[in-house]
Design a protein around this ligand. Structure first.
Ligand SMILES: NC(=O)c1ccc[n+]([C@@H]2O[C@H](COP(=O)([O-])OP(=O)(O)OC[C@H]3O[C@@H](n4cnc5c(N)ncnc54)[C@H](O)[C@@H]3O)[C@@H](O)[C@H]2O)c1
Length: 346
């Protein structure tokens, strides 16, 4: 059965998703991107947006193969869709996801799950009420480097984690539609938009921290915390830290992510797109990893769930992606309080 998809939002990241559907179709996966919905008339004519990751070249897609819509409900009414892929501004994730589920389709939504944990709860309630398949595209859970360290944590083959540090940084995302990304109440700043990847990774790898202590700095007038550093406090130990800064506006610097996880008997590092494994007492090595990226893998996984009637929540529960937002909310409370320790409340 061909899985029919409607893409909602053809901005910077929507273009990235589009490329993955075209690639999957070329590879013979039984999926078809049939329609694209965007409120912006320029996008409905195939105008593409460049961001800080290389997601595709303008002008090389035949847009005549898609039906275009300005409104998601209209698209769902006129197309026989299996799911919508929401790649819209963060504040729209929850209302659009709830609406799509109630109109009878499954939902893949970009991260962060929603602008607030209250909005996340509405998505969970709608998923329970409708029985639809819903997944938040936390792409690092499908990224080969992050999956590699996850396996080391879960298997315990290097013992327990002593110290871990995660970093991401890049240019300011000024490409967004109506500049929504620079509005604190619409995007949540670097803390909720970009740093959330590491918050989710830490939640996934180490579980829910009891407390957080966050330093945050606002640099751009309207955007919220643009630079952030958090210590995650676990009662059972492990010194865990993550930081981010989206104001690195050098011309030849787009975006960077890296991590280092030190265990009792080994250390794993990811930098410059390369994983190095350092077993203590033996030579370091670069493990062979899956060459597909997290974006491709997450979309492929969701298609597989819809095709084979599997619940994506078995791998990526909505309760877990909601917890990620709750941890981020504790970070905001801590930063607002000058870095004082804040409890994570669920
Ligand atoms: N996973 C990642 O690494 C990653 C990277 C960048 C962005 N994102 C996420 O992707 C989402 C989109 O970010 P972006 O950078 O593409 O922003 P963007 O502004 O470039 O794109 C958003 C698009 O949605 C459209 N839109 C707005 N409201 C709509 C609605 N109600 N219905 C239909 N279309 C609508 C806009 O016209 C625009 O084309 C955000 O949630 C962001 O956090 C994820």
């Amino acid at each position: 059965m061909t899985i029919k998809v409607g893409l909602v939002g053809l901005g910077f990241m929507g273009n990235g998703h589009l490329r993955n559907y075209l690639r999957l179709q070329e590879e013979g996966v039984d999926v078809k991107l049939v329609a694209i919905c965007d409120v912006d008339p320029k996008k409905r004519k195939g105008a593409l947006v460049a961001g800080n990751l290389p997601v595709g070249v303008a002008g090389d897609v035949d847009f005549s193969q898609f039906n275009f819509y300005a409104d998601m409900a209209d698209m769902i009414a006129h197309e026989d869709l299996d799911y919508v892929d929401l790649v819209t501004p963060t504040y729209t994730h929850s209302p659009l996801a709830v609406q799509a589920m109630r109109l009878g389709v499954n939902v893949l939504s970009e991260k962060p799950m929603a602008i607030s944990s209250a909005d996340c709860a509405k998505m969970i309630a709608a998923a329970e009420e409708t029985g639809k398949k819903v997944m938040v595209a936390q792409c690092l859970r499908f990224h080969p480097a992050y999956a590699y360290v996850k396996e080391a944590v879960d298997s315990g083959h290097y013992g327990s984690v002593v110290n871990a540090s995660f970093y991401r940084g890049g240019t300011t995302p000024r490409w967004s539609w109506n500049n929504w990304m620079m509005q604190k109440e619409l995007a949540g700043g670097c803390l909720l938009d970009q740093h959330i990847h590491d918050v989710d990774t830490i939640n996934w790898l180490f579980g829910i921290p009891a407390k957080v202590a966050t330093s945050g700095q606002n640099v751009i007038e309207t955007s919220g915390y643009d630079a952030v550093s958090t210590n995650y406090i676990y009662p059972t130990g492990g010194v865990i830290q993550a930081s981010d800064n989206w104001t690195i506006n050098s011309d030849d610097y787009g975006f960077e992510m890296r991590f280092r996880v030190d265990f009792e008997h080994g250390s794993i590092r990811y930098e410059n797109g390369k994983v190095t494994d350092f077993p203590y007492g033996a030579a370091s090595f670069e493990p062979a990893l899956d060459e597909n990226d997290g974006y491709y893998n997450e979309i492929r996984f969701f298609i597989d769930c819809v095709q084979n009637d599997r619940d994506p929540q078995e791998r990526l529960p909505l309760s877990s992606t909601m917890t990620t937002i709750q941890i981020a909310e504790a970070e905001v409370r801590s930063a607002d309080d000058g870095g004082a320790v804040a409890a994570v409340t669920l």
